[in-house]
Write a protein that binds this ligand. Structure first.
Ligand code: ADP
Length: 337
């Protein structure tokens, strides 16, 4: 067993009970997904696994060791065997890619020559050998997360913790990062625990999962079992957010395929509530057919499939207006399909 949590409670100093009697078993080689809505207790839980947060009650056993029984030095050594990556990458902006990865080894007091060899090996593993001299500001989100993964793996951990690691990435980059995690898991025989609010992430990479709600694990099991036969309302609700694999699928179900448009927002205007502004301005109705919230608020790209209801001339005005807003509407397809 790689991780065993026994009867974990977490009560924050203000009296809030964030975790209640959590029991969790993660076997060697699992990619274990912990999913729940915002505020469910996911971050608290993952931070307890490396004792960044200490539990009020219960045992945290990682690779056979009860972490709460270790002294500071022992805990530091154990933590080197637990890699962690974050939603916002947490890279050092003043260091280049090489320097960010070597940092983990400098702290672990590796010699200079050994560091160089190891960093090169890691950059190769994550596909960034040609970017060693780049600074974080010169990298895309996906590349930054690759650097963070290389750093997390530097000390040859047994366990990789992923804290919403793909939540700041667009769909395509998310896929490539998840692919990398899966690949690395196999190559290095790692165990991985990831927390996410995105059900498709769990479906894409995990073999085991649990659902956390109000600080309690309400359902757990093999991913396919939970997906095929969800027991709890919250699980059903989470699964209902599963985006379709292809937008066309949704459109296929529509009887009336007219005035269905796929709009792709890129650039700074992706944040603006253009669709709701359009609805008010032109007094049309809009059915949103696909495009998850994550994709809509995503930094790099948002996409929406919408059906606009209204007078054809006004619909044309709507489309012209959207295009005039300076967002890149790459294309509008599916019309009268
Ligand atoms: P999630 O990661 O699922 O969004 P968190 O673990 O961040 O959830 O938070 C779970 C609950 O614990 C939330 O209701 C949050 O407000 C509360 N919480 C988190 N940190 C603290 C803290 N330091 N003190 C008090 N309450 C906290």
């Amino acid at each position: 067993m790689m991780v065993k949590l026994k009867n974990i409670d977490k009560i924050y100093p203000n009296g809030f009970s964030a975790l209640k009697n959590i029991n969790l078993d993660v076997s060697n080689g699992d990619i274990y997904g912990i999913i729940g809505f915002s505020g469910a207790g996911k971050s608290t839980l993952i931070r307890i696994i490396n004792l960044l947060e200490s539990p009020t009650n219960g045992e945290v056993i990682v690779n056979g060791k009860d972490l709460s029984k270790l002294n500071n030095k022992e805990l530091r050594l154990q933590r080197q065997k637990i890699g962690m990556i974050f939603q916002h990458f947490n890279l050092l902006s003043s260091r280049n890619v090489f320097g960010n990865v070597s940092f983990a080894l400098e702290i672990a007091k590796w010699g200079k020559d050994k560091i160089k060899t190891r960093v090169e090996e890691l950059l190769e593993l994550v596909g960034l050998s040609d970017k060693a001299n780049y600074y974080p500001s010169q990298l895309s989100g996906g590349q930054k997360q690759r650097v963070a993964i290389a750093r997390a793996l530097a000390n040859q951990p047994h366990l990789l913790l992923c804290d919403e690691a793909t939540s700041a990435l667009d769909t395509k980059t998310t896929k490539s990062i998840l692919h990398l995690i899966k690949d690395i898991q196999k190559k290095l025989n790692l165990s991985v625990i990831l927390i996410t609010h995105q059900i498709d992430v769990v479906k894409e990479v995990c073999n085991k999962m649990c659902v956390i709600s109000n600080g309690e694990i309400v359902e757990s099991g093999n991913v396919e079992d939970v997906f095929l036969n969800p027991q709890q309302e919250v699980t059903k609700e989470l699964i209902s957010f599963m985006p379709p694999t292809r937008d066309d699928n949704i459109v296929d179900y529509l009887k009336d395929k007219s005035n269905v448009y796929k709009i792709i927002f890129t650039g700074p205007n992706a944040y603006n509530p253009l669709v709701s502004q359009m609805v008010k301005k032109f007094n049309v109705d809009v059915n949103i057919l696909s495009g998850s919230i994550d994709e809509i608020i995503d930094k790099e790209v948002g996409h929406l499939v919408i059906k606009i209801l209204g007078d054809p001339f006004i619909i044309q005005d709507c489309l012209n207006w959207l295009i005039a807003q300076g967002v890149t509407i790459q294309t509008i397809i599916l019309k009268d399909k």
